[in-house]
Ligand binder design. Structure first.
Ligand code: AMP
Ligand code: MG
Length: 426
């Protein structure tokens, strides 16, 4: 089945999934790639798989400070049972330090002292902790030989990753662990997706920038800040276009500027029926726009369209601050994921409702919840308070959104619900 574009859906009420699928037709696929130094790669998305060029670790090495020796094993290799008697005394013939290997080959009854990370010499298969040996001159006695297992305290070459293996797939987001892993593979730079450039502005005559004076009718511009935070969390590069007055010319000027450089333009406010005209007229004068009714709460009203010859996608999000955040997560985040070529689906979990989450049949509700874990390890979720679409304090208190789908009427205490974790830093 082909997905209809945003302009073909008509006036009817849309489901969240229909609206999302249709919005995805506005983006053509992942953005271009660029090479960045590894030190600047945190939060970026790999455009190509990284393949290990060598084994990590590169050498079989000691996992403890102590002595390395050839412990007699019944079978070839390590880890087998003890084969016959082990010598009671071993002769110390050298020393290996991390970065300074001992070059010889150990003969029977010989050992060397070794530090953590130093390569095991040829002939060695086992390390015994320093605390469990007594050394006098070149004589080494093992204090409790019956507790030694052949092969112990040895890290095998390639046990982290072997040469030729895929270390990280294309589409992986580079987190702290991945940064270290890439460094261990000697990658000084990586090829990543360019960050989507997203222009963001707020609309409304009552909307005032924090720091400016506030007259009686003014409200401070919460949305632009929430959106900037969300954009950063989702790997975008933010172009902050500030606040646009409810005035045609200003809006057209700002949109024209944005469409020249941005991959996506988002605004908040000014698309409700009473005042839709400003955003609608401005976008239509330079592209296409359609106002949507989506069976989503909080989340109405919303507009989408394209700007300029490049047909840069435009999304007009609702003015109410929580509706603005929820529609970002429902509709903007998936577009960013496509532009970034992110392969992994976002985490969804199931939790037991500890309170009531209201919804209607035929409508999807995203309610603010806080997670906890019971003694059996099951996740539970509790509403964080008043759920009005302008109430940011209950969004601040939330660590997840509870999705009560359009096939469900309310979730009651004890019901199992789907949750979307919030605020994952890149
Ligand atoms: P609108 O969608 O423009 O009708 O706005 C709906 C509600 O959201 C109104 O109460 C506005 O004052 C409020 N609102 C609009 N823009 C913002 C903003 N940037 N920050 C905080 N609240 C806003
Ligand atoms: Mg429902």
């Amino acid at each position: 089945m082909t997905t209809l574009s945003c302009f073909e859906l008509g006036e009817r009420m849309l489901s969240v999934s229909e609206a999302r699928a249709s919005l995805l037709t506005l983006v053509s696929g992942p953005l271009a790639t660029e090479k960045v130094a590894l030190v600047h790669a945190h939060g970026r998305v790999l455009a190509e798989a990284v393949v290990a060029a060598f084994d990590v670790p590169g050498h079989t090495n000691a996992a403890m400070d102590g002595i390395a020796l050839n412990w007699p094993c019944a079978e070839e290799g390590v880890g087998g049972p003890l084969a016959g008697e082990s010598p009671a005394e071993w002769r110390l013939v050298g020393q290996a330090l991390a970065g300074q290997p001992w070059q010889g080959r150990l003969g029977p009854g010989e050992c060397i002292s070794i530090t953590t990370g130093a390569p095991l010499p040829e002939g060695a298969n086992t390390v015994i902790m320093q605390e469990q040996v007594t050394i006098s001159g070149d004589q080494v006695n093992i204090d409790s030989a019956d507790r030694v297992k052949g092969g112990q305290h040895v890290r095998m070459a390639g046990e982290d990753i072997t040469r030729g293996q895929v270390a990280l797939e294309a589409g992986s987001r580079i987190d702290a662990a991945a940064l270290g892993f890439l460094a261990s593979l000697g990658q000084a730079d990586v090829t990543v997706r360019c960050r989507p450039r997203v222009a963001v502005f707020s609309t409304g005559d009552e909307v005032t920038a924090p720091g400016d004076g506030r007259d009686a009718a003014a409200i401070y511009d919460a949305n632009r800040y929430s959106l900037i935070g969300l954009l950063q969390e989702h790997g975008a590069e933010v172009m902050d276009l500030g606040i646009v007055r409810d005035d045609d010319n200003a809006l057209v000027a700002r949109l024209t500027e944005a469409a020249e450089v941005a991959d996506l333009v988002i605004s908040s406010g000014g698309v409700s029926v009473g005042q839709a005209d400003y955003t609608k007229a401005a976008v239509e004068s330079m592209g296409r726009l359609t106002l949507w009714r989506i069976a989503l709460r909080p989340g109405r009203p919303m507009a989408c369209g394209t700007l300029g010859e490049q047909q840069v996608p435009f999304l007009g999000l609702p003015g109410n601050p929580v509706a603005c955040m929820v529609t970002f997560l429902c509709f903007v985040a998936p577009l960013l994921r496509v532009m970034l070529g992110i392969s992994q689906a976002p985490l969804r979990q199931r939790a037991v409702a500890d309170g009531r989450f209201n919804s209607r049949l035929g409508r999807t509700d995203f309610c603010r919840g806080r997670l906890s874990c019971d003694e059996d390890g099951r996740l539970h979720v509790m509403p964080t308070g008043a759920q009005g679409s302008g109430i940011l304090s209950s969004m601040v208190a939330a660590d997840c959104l509870v999705e009560v789908g359009d096939d469900m009427e309310n979730a009651n205490p004890g019901d199992t619900v789907t949750i979307h974790p919030l605020f994952r830093f890149p």
